[in-house]
Design a protein around this ligand. Sequence first.
Ligand code: EPU
Length: 437
Amino acid sequence: MDPDQHIPNRPREIWKLMRSGPLLGRVRLQPAKNSVLKLLAACLLAEGTHVLDEVPGIADVGYVRDILETAGAGWAQEGRRVFVKSPAQPNPRLDIPAVSSLRASVVFLAPLLARCGTVSMPFPGGDDFGLRPIDLHLSALALMGAEFEVNGSGVKVWARQGLRGARIVLEYPSHTATDNIMMAAVLAKGTTVIVNAAREPEVSDLADFLRAMGARIEGDGTSHVSIEGTDSLVPAPSPFVPIPDRVEAATFMTACALCKGSITIENARPEHLERLIEKFDAMGVRCVAASQGLEVACEARLSAVDVPSLPYPGIATDYLPLLTVALSVAEGVSVITENVFGPNRFRFVGELAKMGADITIEGHHAVVRGVPSLRGAAVKALDVRAGAAMVLAGLAAEGQTVVEGIEHVRRGYEALAEKLVSLGASIEQVRPPSATG
Ligand code: EPU
């Protein structure tokens, strides 16, 4: 789904890219999109003013702000410090288009259900990777005493007797379902245990934030999370700084792999990137944990490797478009397997083929035959990660590449062009004349 589909005739932002490299210098990561969005939703769990630091100016934060304001919360900002004033009685009816503009809106289900006993919203949207159901969220909430109704326009959930703790064995370690269950459980009666929980670092960041609000959670970061419900929570006593964005880190690692050079990613957390670092090592990219951050260097042509996406700590599905672009110019044949979402995650391969990549899609596998180099072309950004990957392809290609649809990239990256340019990349940003056309 196009996140901007409710804005008619929106002009598209394009970036013009020229072959760049070697990249040299230092960059600093923004906080993780997939943490910040959940932390903002979690503010609804406790009345009062919550303070989050370093909140990035990405489009998805704007959508979440709209949702928070519809729920009755106040929003104030001083630079990147955001103050969310959570009301005594939130509005649980979120019937605004912003909800359908991003997947993360699904994490408003639990806080509003926990606080109001009911919540209704349109279906969450976000990147089009094929079907993105919310059945795991709803069945878990049902085990905790909720009932729900799904119709053509959205979902309504309510809990007449309030939420109660339950043992929930997830069929799949869904990231946002784990977020939702933790947030429902912190205000439920009794203890909730999540078996086969998602282990993503962003889940632990949410758990840290909830603990700072007084929640009792143990085991986050493992597949067995235990939450003891409490009657009420309070805003964290000091401003909360979310963890750095590991997908943005992967983006700069890939940029260095493609354009060569030597860069330092200042606040990267190597412990969140272990499997990815192993893959880059095998491709011939040197990644060394520094006292603070990660040093990345690459001089020679990349080598082919096989890559399967898996839930954390496996290689994240969000890295696949980046790795596909890198491997498209590697020596040899790589097989990239998407195990998390459907083959739609490979839609961008059609765009990469316009640049001379030799890739065949077979079900959920992409067979990538490395070519010596890509050539510039006019291509589209189809979603946030694929869009970033096409930008990097443009920096590695001969001649000029024009990437259209940069709005998708802006959903998750605050200053990607500026940061790449600071490392020596050649990018011209052509913004549309007005935001609404
Ligand atoms: N699934 C179900 N039923 C559910 C929930 C998930 O069948 O109720 C399936 C999905 O269809 C998919 C798989 O389980 O096949 C994985 O989905 P998961 O729920 O783990 O993903 P998500 O929570 O929707 C988050 C991130 C994604 C990231 C994935 C995997 C947010 C807002 N989104 O999505 O991030 O790719 O986890 O780590 O946290 C991105 O940032 O660009 C992005 C897409």
